[in-house]
Design a protein around this ligand. Structure first.
Ligand code: CUA
Length: 158
């Protein structure tokens, strides 16, 4: 009898989680950054050199890919972003591509919904349209060691 209660209890908890997840993704429009791939070093190759030769990370920075559309390629490493500062025109529709050269880092722009992880050997992708001019800060919000608190960057939108 007790087992039955436990089983139903676990099923209800699971259902509640699923409903919460659906609610979060639909109603609150929480966007989960997509992981579009892996960077796999060749035998004997370091992750750093594998990242450096794998497109789009062989060219970190900003690239205009269409009218008002930009590709921003960011590489995180202890304790900096490459590039450290990014300039975009107002209204820019940006697709961020991110990865890390060493350990887990974060890529968070306060005041926006840009929030993704930069993970070693993994490619994260996130889209955002900058509709407000100003100076945005990029913050590593994943603890990454001694100088974690200094790992910041800037995005200037004008
Ligand atoms: Cu990088 Cu915290």
């Amino acid at each position: 009898k007790l087992e039955k209660i436990y089983v139903w209890l676990s099923i209800s908890i699971l259902l509640a989680f699923i409903i919460a997840l659906i609610y979060a993704s639909v109603a609150l429009a929480v966007r989960v950054p997509t992981d579009v791939g892996q960077i796999v070093p060749n035998p004997g190759e370091s992750l750093v050199s594998a990242v450096m030769r794998t497109p789009p990370f062989n060219q970190p920075g900003i690239q205009e890919v269409g009218p008002g559309q930009y590709k921003v390629v960011v590489i995180g490493q202890a304790w900096m972003f490459n590039p450290p500062s990014i300039e975009l025109p107002l209204g820019a529709e940006v697709t961020f591509y991110g990865t890390s050269l060493d350990i887990d880092h974060g890529f968070y722009i306060p005041g926006t919904d840009v929030n993704m992880m930069l993970l070693p050997g993994q490619i994260s992708v996130l889209r955002h349209k900058f509709n407000k001019a100003g100076e945005y800060r990029i913050i590593c919000h994943e603890y990454c060691g001694t100088l974690h608190h200094l790992m910041t960057g800037t995005i200037t939108v004008k």
